[in-house]
Ligand binder design. Structure first.
Ligand code: LLP
Length: 424
């Protein structure tokens, strides 16, 4: 459920028409609905009520401070993967005990900053990282709370670029090595071994891979308990998919939670009242945002009909990178409008610069506004300055009000860190 809808043929975000925002801030811009973000979070949160849990929204999906703040106010914790994301959650005043730190390449300075902040858990992905955290904690005179991220070797049945739980992926600790590494971790003087973590991929549309992975890690939890290493936290990562296309519906968060909780009910982890951690990103933010762009030109090619936007692959790279489908809606719907088979493209000098190919869409004209749907997750956060294009504005809507929560980048900002080679 989201808060984007037509009223009298104008596309609204909550109570604000998108054309009104376009007039005020120019195009392109990302527009997020606060009510949708919070609704998605609450649905997810409530689905896990039967079990002690902490929902750590995955910051990488959409890291705008106003978005993070909207979730913090609903009780979210955060899953971070860099010192930069740590700085963001610190900036919004997130209590450190609601932060988990994932990622295969944590640097010494990132680890130190997180230790000083006092985060809940480091999700550790290699023996090298484990040793580094132990040493840095020792130097600071602190204890580091850790979980090992286990690679359960299950196929998430999603796009290869966003699969992470297979043996051939760089992520996590191989299942077979887990026990030995837990023993080693338990002997390290500056670590508190508190958890087990696993994340198998993103945009999953079936429940079986989640359940398979959970079964595998529950076996390991039992084994560890018998070894005298009982774990307090089980982090099952993120990955639940969202509907991008009509008719292809991934499981509702309620079903997802139901499937996981059913597996957990009789586990010794549940009997010990362990805390479940989840790291959803896309399912919270994806359908809470759109990218609004204006048609610059329409062009009759030899074979194709092109609608050329003022937004490009640098603003939303998902179609180019994953061949991802994003629905495209006119901001003003015209009754009885003719439809055309269309390629919606950007101004960038690459053929991969498209938003839709061979799609039947209303016959757009130069100057029309359109909205690229499901762009709230991995949209702005993956944007770049390719072709020296300033990053677009971000707008948050709350009821009948809107605010620019990230100004459009200026050309000055874009070049401010550059200089010519100094003259001798
Ligand atoms: N936890 C970990 C350790 C992750 O690596 C990820 C996503 C998440 C949680 C959140 O996953 P989600 O609930 O959003 O599926 N750029 C790609 C998606 C990359 C996902 C990377 N990891 C895309 O645009 O589809």
């Amino acid at each position: 459920m989201d808060h984007f809808f037509y009223r009298e043929n104008r596309l609204f975000c909550e109570q604000v028409p998108l054309d009104q925002i376009a007039q005020a801030v120019g195009t392109p811009f990302y527009c997020y609905s606060e009510a949708t973000l919070q609704h998605h979070f609450q649905v997810f949160q409530q689905a896990f009520t039967p079990c002690s849990h902490l929902i750590c929204y995955s910051v990488k999906a959409n890291s705008n401070l106003a978005v993070l703040d909207a979730l913090l106010r609903r009780g979210a914790g955060f899953d971070i993967v860099s010192g930069g994301e740590l700085a963001r959650v610190q900036r919004i005043g997130c209590p450190p005990q609601r932060v988990v730190f994932s990622g295969v390449g944590k640097s010494a300075s990132e680890i130190t900053a997180a230790l000083e902040y006092g985060i809940l858990l480091f999700n550790v992905e290699s023996v090298g990282e484990l040793r580094r955290i132990n040493e840095l904690a020792g130097r600071l005179g602190r204890r580091a709370p850790i979980a090992l991220r286990i690679n359960p070797d299950v196929d998430p049945q999603t796009h290869p670029h966003i699969s992470t739980g297979l043996r051939r992926n760089k992520f996590g600790i191989p299942y077979q090595q887990a026990l030995a590494l837990y023993r080693e971790a338990a002997r390290m003087p500056h670590l508190d071994v508190l958890g087990l973590d696993c994340h198998i991929g993103s945009q999953l549309t079936a429940l079986e891979p989640f359940v398979d992975a959970l079964r595998r890690v529950l076996l390991l939890l039992d084994l560890l308990e018998r070894e005298g290493i009982p774990l307090r936290y089980l982090d099952l990562g993120g990955g639940l998919g969202i509907p991008y296309e009509d008719g292809r519906l991934p499981p509702h968060p309620g079903l997802y939670a139901g499937a996981l909780l059913a597996e957990l009910t009789n586990s010794s982890f549940a009997q010990r009242q362990g805390t479940l951690i989840l790291e959803p990103g896309r399912v919270i933010a994806g359908n809470a945002g759109v990218l609004v762009a204006r048609v610059e030109y329409v062009k009759e090619g030899e074979e194709k009909y092109f609608v050329i936007l003022d937004a490009g692959m640098n603003d939303l790279i998902r179609p180019a990178l994953y061949n991802a489908y994003h629905a495209i809606l006119p901001v003003a719907r015209r009754f009885g409008q003719e439809e055309r088979m269309t390629d919606v493209v950007g101004p960038i000098c690459e053929s991969g610069d498209f938003f839709a190919q061979d799609r039947l869409l209303p016959a757009f004209q130069s100057g029309d506004l359109l909205a690229v749907r499901s762009a709230g997750a991995y949209g702005f956060t993956m944007s770049s300055n390719y072709n020296t294009r300033p990053r677009v504005a971000e707008v948050l809507v709350r009821g009948n009000q809107f605010a620019v929560v990230r100004r459009r980048e200026s050309l000055e900002q874009l070049m401010e860190n550059e200089s010519l080679f100094p003259v001798a």
